[in-house]
Design a protein around this ligand. Structure first.
Ligand SMILES: Cc1cc2nc3c(=O)[nH]c(=O)nc-3n(C[C@H](O)[C@H](O)[C@H](O)COP(=O)(O)O)c2cc1C
Length: 209
């Protein structure tokens, strides 16, 4: 493991070259990651915590972002859904290794409107929509057969016309802080932190690597 290291030399990050709005800065980096055709450029780590402070982390897919925040979709009754109901704060992390870039986002979380969840759900292929009915996400299952049997039942019940389950939808993380990390030589990486101010503007600070 000690030998697994590399120098980050490709790019740099200067305050003067940053967008004033971190969502615009994210858009730039995200589109570069997409253009580079990375597998799952929109995958991100989502960290949540219970009220007693136990942290949990898992991967989800970013499905939308705009000035309101970063949206992913899931089962509201899953572990993450229950954690967000009791403690509606989350951290997101993107790591695009080939670009030597990381973005860390922290903020408050709200559910998307039923209409937004509906619109996204309808865009999913029927198999994925059936899966949302089959899986009581994060609960223990006796064996795989249980899931397959339930899939058969759901397929018979709905065919390809699968409605949005009442317990399924989006969460939107409204950022209060966003940090952009660019790898640099000698571990002197660039870290730029945007912090949201009470008037809605963003302050940018350089952090020590
Ligand atoms: C690449 C990848 C993408 C994923 N995308 C999602 C997603 O968008 N929504 C989701 O609920 N789970 C997604 N998962 C599964 C989650 O990582 C996790 O196993 C599941 O949501 C249950 O998490 P929880 O028990 O902490 O609630 C994804 C997993 C991987 C590896």
């Amino acid at each position: 493991m000690a030998a697994l290291r590399r120098e980050y030399t490709a790019r740099g990050l200067r305050k003067a070259g940053l967008e004033a709005d971190p969502i615009q800065q994210f858009a730039r980096w995200f589109h570069e990651a997409v253009d580079a055709e990375f597998a799952d450029a929109n995958s991100m780590s989502l960290a949540t915590a219970t009220t007693d402070g136990t942290p949990f982390v898992r991967t989800v897919l970013l499905k939308a972002f705009d000035e309101r925040g970063f949206t992913f979709f899931t089962n509201y009754e899953s572990a993450k859904g229950r954690q967000l109901a009791e403690n509606p704060r989350a951290a997101l992390l993107f790591f695009w290794a080939e670009l030597e870039r990381q973005v860390c986002i922290r903020g408050r979380v709200t559910k998307t409107s039923r209409e937004e969840s509906e619109a996204y759900f309808k865009s999913r292929p029927p198999g994925s929509r059936r899966g949302a009915w089959v899986s009581r996400q994060s609960e223990v299952v006796a064996n795989r057969g249980v899931l397959e049997q339930r899939l058969d039942e759901i397929s018979k019940q709905y065919g390809d016309d699968v409605p949005l389950p009442p317990y399924w939808g989006g969460f939107c993380v409204a950022p209060s802080e966003m940090e952009f990390w660019q790898g640099r030589p000698n571990r002197l990486h660039d870290r730029m932190l945007y912090t949201r101010q009470p008037d809605g503007s963003w302050q940018i600070s350089r952090l020590a690597p």
